[in-house]
Design a protein around this ligand. Structure first.
Ligand code: CUA
Length: 374
């Protein structure tokens, strides 16, 4: 067990690493999940990109009430605590109100005299000042305790370090210790609660303020230019977890989606080996590679092992290993890829990648080349 996880597991809020299974929680989870999935289906349908989010099997619910990682368990627990207090306040206020409405209503046959007016009551005024102050104080203490429990520790050695860079409008994902650069898909190993292997994330921005948010894994954290923020996740269950930019960052803010793929340990190692390999060089795709090298593509994109070493756009060395294009705007299929290269703004208005005005033949060759970048 490493230091980071021990700190949180021993933190005073108790069993943060176990999902709650109460009926209320399940109901909220089901409800919020259904609503969010509907919204996302609606959103992807609206731009003709249905399936962009679901081409890797069922999409998990991006809900804080379905946590799978220690910081998210803590946040889920705190949310239930705050909801509980608010529910009690609501019931008390609603009950008093209902009682007063019924008990002191105007009755038939009553004259119109004003009832006795009462002014000044030290007890009542004290009560409605002190009780809310105490409630706010309790909420403040609980929140502060959770914040320090999640943020207040340094990454242990031997931890997977990932740098996430927000761009308008995509996520650059770098694994400095592994020599991997990819985009819009964060691959991490699952963490066994008995023997935790958390992933530490360093958040940076290349342009404006973004916000990193994968609700099932950790809290929302701003991604700020010239500032480095840090967070961590230790997903217990392999699967796909979706997130997105949570700070308005320009016209395509809504299409700045992020997929976190949590692998079992050995599957993650296989993914790393695949990503570390240089780009394949297929003889049949040489013409397309030359097209790629002769137009402005290489100013912005890197394909490791070739002359393309631009860093403004996503690294394309293993482009076809990713499931979506344009940070989730469309599924990464040959047809969509062709449409994307031909005119990115057609799929994602405002996208900073220009249409290269290629001839039909060049476009075909170029796409054929990109399709080999597995
Ligand atoms: Cu990036 Cu919103």
């Amino acid at each position: 067990m490493n230091d980071a996880t021990r700190t949180v597991e021993e933190a005073p809020w108790g069993a943060v690493d176990r999902p709650r299974r109460c009926g209320f929680g399940a109901a909220v989870r089901a409800l919020s999940g259904a609503v969010i999935v509907d919204l996302m289906a609606l959103a992807s349908g609206a731009v003709g990109a249905t399936g962009a989010l679901s081409n890797n099997g069922p999409v998990s619910t991006p809900s804080i009430f379905a946590p799978v990682s220690t910081p998210a368990f803590a946040i889920g627990g705190l949310s239930y605590f705050v909801l509980g207090i608010c529910a009690v306040i609501y019931v008390v206020v609603a009950a008093l109100l209902t009682y007063s409405i019924i008990r002191f209503r105007r009755r038939r046959g009553e004259d119109n005299r004003e009832p006795p007016q009462v002014y000044g009551s030290n007890q009542i005024e004290l009560a409605w000042t002190v009780v809310p102050v105490l409630i706010v104080f309790v909420l403040f203490l609980a929140t502060a305790r959770y914040i320090f429990g999640i943020e207040g520790h340094e990454p242990p050695s031997q931890t997977l370090q990932v740098t996430v860079v927000g761009h308008q409008w995509w996520w650059e994902i770098r694994y400095p210790d592994l020599g991997i650069v990819t985009a819009n898909e964060l691959h991490v190993p699952a963490s066994d609660p008995a023997n935790p292997s958390p992933t530490f994330l360093t958040l940076e921005s290349a342009d404006v303020i973004h916000s990193f948010w994968v609700p099932q894994l950790a809290g929302k954290l701003d991604v700020i230019p010239n500032k480095t923020n840090r967070t961590w996740i230790d997903p217990h269950t392999p699967g796909l977890y979706v997130g997105q930019c949570a700070e308005f960052c320009g016209v395509q803010h809504a299409w700045m989606l992020l997929r976190v793929i949590v692998h079992p340990k050995d599957e993650f190692d296989a993914w790393v080996a695949e990503q570390q390999a240089p780009a394949v060089d297929e003889r049949v795709a040489r013409t397309g590679r030359d097209v790629f090298g002769s137009v402005a593509c290489i100013n912005c994109h890197t394909v490791r092992g070739t002359t393309a070493n631009g860093i403004f756009g996503p690294d394309l060395t293993h482009l076809m290993s990713r499931s979506t294009l344009g940070a989730g705007v469309a599924a990464n299929t040959p047809e969509n890829l062709r449409a994307w290269v031909e005119n990115p703004a057609g799929l994602k208005p405002g996208a900073l990648m220009p249409a290269m005005q290629l001839s039909r033949r060049d476009l075909d060759e170029l796409v054929a080349y990109l399709l080999t970048l597995r």
